[in-house]
Design a protein around this ligand. Structure first.
Ligand code: ADP
Ligand code: MG
Length: 325
C-alpha cells in the first residue's frame, strides 16, 4: 500500500492526530467560492504533505465553522422551496465537502512528490450524552447574523433557538456537548493501520445520542473539534496531538506589551496559565483545554502551531509544545 520513496525521519512520531482549524478550510477573508476553497485546501496540503510522506499512521481532523454557517444561510434563503436539513445532517455535508477538497489537494501534492499514499475520509459520528449540561442551556452561536424580526421568523418557522450575540445581531444557538465516544473509531483505526491517511471527525464530528433501544440518532448540536481530536487520539492510544491554527505559538499576556511566546511548557504550568486567564474563550482556551485533557488522558505531547509550520513543529522547531509533567 505504501511505497516509501523518501527516507523516514526517525524522530517524527509514527502515530499522530493533526487537527486543522478554520483558516485551513475557509478563512474569514474569502467569499467562499469553490475555487477560493480549492486554493485554501492546496495551501494546507502543501504544509501537510511532508507529514504524509512517512511510514506513519496519520489522522487529520478539521474545523467546519464558516462552512456550516454558509450551509445554514443557504437553507435560510431556500427554505420556502426546499426543506432545511437538521444540523447534524449539515455537519455531515460539511465533512464530505471539506474532505473532498482536502483529499484532492493532498493527492496533488503526493503525486508531485511521487509518493504513493491514499487519503480517505470517514464520515464520523460522535456520541454525546443526552444529559450533557450543554443541552440544558444551549449557548453556542453558529452561522450568520439576523435582525430581531428575521430571528423571530426563524424561531417560528424552523424551530431554531435564537439569541442576541454581543450587539452584533441575532444568531442560531445550539448546545455544545462534550464528545463521549467516536462511533466510527474502529473503522478509522483500521484504515490508518493500513497506511491510509484518514480525514475524520470533521467539525468535531456529527453529534448523535443513543436511544433506549441502543440505536443512534443525530441531534442539532455542535461538538468542539479540538476536544474531539483529543478524545480520538486518547481512544486510539496515540501519544502526539498537533493542533494547527492561525498563530505561530501560544502566548501569555497575548496582545499586550508584556506578551511572551511559549516554547515548551509542562501540563501543570499550562494549567496555571489557563487558570490565570491568558487564553481567550472561544479561540485559544478550547485548544489549551483539549491539549490538557489529551495529556491527562495518556497523551505525551500536544503541539499548537501555525498551519504553515506543520513539519518544523512536529520536528520540534516551531510551535508551542505542551508535555506531560
Ligand atoms: P481555529 O479556527 O484554528 O480553531 P481560532 O481562531 O478559534 O482558530 O483560535 C486561534 C486564535 O486564538 C489565534 O489565531 C489567536 O488570534 C487567538 N488567541 C487567543 N488567545 C491567544 C493566546 N494566548 N496565544 C495565542 N493565540 C491566542
Ligand atoms: Mg476555533
Amino acid at each position: 500500500m505504501i511505497a516509501t520513496m523518501k527516507p523516514t525521519i526517525p524522530q517524527i512520531p509514527d502515530r499522530l492526530v493533526v487537527a486543522i482549524g478554520g483558516n485551513a478550510t475557509h478563512p474569514e477573508n474569502i467569499r467562499g467560492t469553490t475555487e477560493e476553497q480549492e486554493l485554501v485546501a492546496a495551501r494546507a496540503a502543501r504544509s501537510l504533505a511532508p507529514l504524509l510522506q512517512r511510514h506513519n499512521q496519520l489522522i487529520l481532523t478539521h474545523g467546519n465553522g464558516p462552512v456550516v454557517g454558509k450551509i445554514l444561510l443557504r437553507q435560510y434563503y431556500a427554505r420556502e422551496h426546499v426543506p432545511p436539513m437538521r444540523l447534524d445532517v449539515c455537519v455531515a455535508h460539511s465533512q464530505g465537502g471539506i474532505a473532498h477538497l482536502m483529499m484532492q489537494g493532498l493527492e496533488d501534492e503526493l503525486n508531485r512528490a511521487q509518493y504513493d499514499r491514499r487519503v480517505a475520509c470517514v464520515i464520523t459520528r460522535v456520541e454525546v450524552d443526552p444529559q450533557d449540561p450543554g443541552f440544558l442551556h444551549p449557548s453556542k452561536p453558529i452561522g450568520p447574523f439576523f435582525s430581531e424580526e428575521e430571528a423571530r421568523h426563524l424561531q417560528a418557522q424552523l424551530g431554531w433557538s435564537m439569541m442576541e450575540d454581543a450587539g452584533r445581531g441575532w444568531r442560531y444557538i445550539v448546545a455544545s456537548p462534550r464528545p463521549r465516544r467516536v462511533l466510527d473509531l474502529e473503522l478509522i483505526d483500521s484504515l490508518s493501520r493500513q497506511g491510509i491517511a484518514v480525514i475524520a471527525a470533521g467539525g468535531g464530528g456529527i453529534p448523535v445520542i443513543q436511544r433506549a433501544d441502543g440505536s443512534h440518532c443525530g441531534v442539532p448540536a455542535v461538538i468542539d473539534k479540538d476536544l474531539t481530536s483529543a478524545h480520538l487520539a486518547n481512544a486510539l492510544g496515540i501519544e502526539t496531538l498537533m493542533i494547527l491554527t492561525a498563530v505561530q505559538k501560544v502566548a501569555i499576556h497575548f496582545g499586550q506589551p508584556e506578551q511572551q511566546w511559549l516554547d515548551t511548557v509542562t501540563a501543570s504550568d499550562m494549567q496555571r496559565y489557563m487558570t490565570e486567564g491568558h487564553f481567550a474563550k472561544g479561540s485559544m482556551a478550547p485548544k489549551i483545554d483539549a491539549a490538557l485533557r489529551f495529556l491527562a488522558g495518556g497523551g505525551k505531547r500536544a503541539i499548537i502551531a501555525h498551519l504553515d509550520e506543520a513539519l518544523p513543529a512536529i520536528e520540534g522547531n516551531a510551535g508551542t509544545h505542551v508535555i506531560a509533567d
